[in-house]
Design a binder for this molecule. Structure first.
Ligand code: SF4
Ligand code: SF4
Length: 331
């Protein structure tokens, strides 16, 4: 993507805005959320503001990288993995060393499907669904390419192959089938008063099958089989993500060289999608396709904003939300 001098100037203010936004999110979490939500406050009482400052700097740095570097797909995967690493490190330390590292002091199973299944089974646990929908309102389906602690593993698995295999209707059918199985099983557990042990065993088995899918099919196919064909939250993210005006669009000057298709691990760029000028329903707004196009034919769009302004807006928002998640990542 080629930028004008005016756009390059905007890049200088974009990291500052991303930093302020991330700082603002954490400030709200610190004042309105549970006590000790920030790591620094837990171990260095009163110094939470220092963590807010560091996270704000990090948000600015990430948005600067995403706006100015060409290898954005690598940067995205690295920051996503960093989030997952910090999330699961805190979980393990919380389980085996000190409960101070856990959010509520009690264990929740870190399988994304529970965002949907938990409220259906228990009638409680609405924090994660509300968080999920809030991010959808801000940045569409990008939960599944920047924010999910689990999906980054699938991203790594798929990236082992240089280009993805074709996505077909069998994968789509599997996705909807799993979605309904999760809903019906959760409701059945509730109606028939299944014990917590049974529910936990079901959740662990679901997560384990997901990991096996990543280690086998995602690695073999080169696309994110777990996230595009198994996880019900991925499907919900894609459907509800349409609420957000952010889209990926393909310009009429596209040469159909299909370089972007090779870059897309969510299989959202088939020839039909390209011809229609829009990414497919599995798009998560990851942006990997944008830097792969030498003609600048593929871009973010947001209402009437230009592609460049849309990209800057998306990058500022996603950098701020990602950094804020990093600042409070624990379970
Ligand atoms: S599809 Fe599921 S596991 Fe994958 S990124 Fe989305 S919520 Fe996470
Ligand atoms: S179409 Fe582009 S932005 Fe959408 S998932 Fe594929 S690579 Fe990511």
């Amino acid at each position: 993507m080629i930028f004008t001098a005016a756009e390059n100037r905007k890049f200088h203010v974009s990291p500052v805005i991303a930093g302020f936004l991330a700082g603002g999110f954490l400030f709200m979490a610190r004042t309105k959320g549970p006590a000790g939500i920030l790591l620094f406050d837990r171990f260095l009482p009163g110094l939470g503001w220092l963590q807010i400052g560091l996270i704000a700097l990090y948000a600015g740095f990430v948005s600067h990288l995403l706006l100015t570097r060409k290898d954005t797909s690598k940067i995205r995967l690295r920051i996503w993995n960093l989030f997952s690493l910090i999330f699961f490190s805190q979980l393990l330390i919380g389980l085996f060393v000190s409960k101070t590292f856990l959010m509520s002091g009690t264990l929740h199973i870190p399988v994304p499907a529970l965002i949907l299944a938990d409220p259906l089974y228990e009638g409680t646990g609405f924090f994660m669904p509300i968080l999920f929908i809030s991010t959808i309102l801000l940045i569409g389906p990008a939960w599944c390419s920047y924010l999910c602690y689990f999906g980054s593993w699938d991203g790594v698995a798929a990236s082992r192959k240089s280009s993805p295999a074709a996505y077909n209707n069998r994968w789509k059918a599997l996705r909807w089938t799993v979605f309904f199985i999760v809903i019906l099983t959760s409701l059945a557990f509730r109606i028939f008063h299944a014990s917590m042990m049974t529910a936990v065993a079901g959740a662990l088995a679901f997560g384990l099958i997901g990991i096996i899918l990543m280690l086998t099919l995602s690695r073999k196919k080169g696309f994110m089989v777990h996230c595009t064909s198994y996880c019900p939250i991925g499907l919900l993210g894609n459907i509800l993500g349409k609420i957000s005006p952010f889209r990926i669009t393909i310009d009429t000057n596209c040469l159909f060289c299909m370089k972007c298709t090779e870059a897309c691990r969510y299989n959202a760029l088939t020839i039909e999608n390209m011809q229609s000028g829009k990414a497919g329903s599995t798009c998560t707004l990851c942006g990997d396709c944008i830097s792969s196009c030498r003609k600048n034919s593929i871009s973010y769009s947001f209402l009437r904003l230009s592609p460049e302004k849309s990209r800057i807006l998306f990058t500022v928002l996603i950098s701020a939300v990602h950094a804020a998640f990093l600042g409070i990542a624990r379970i």
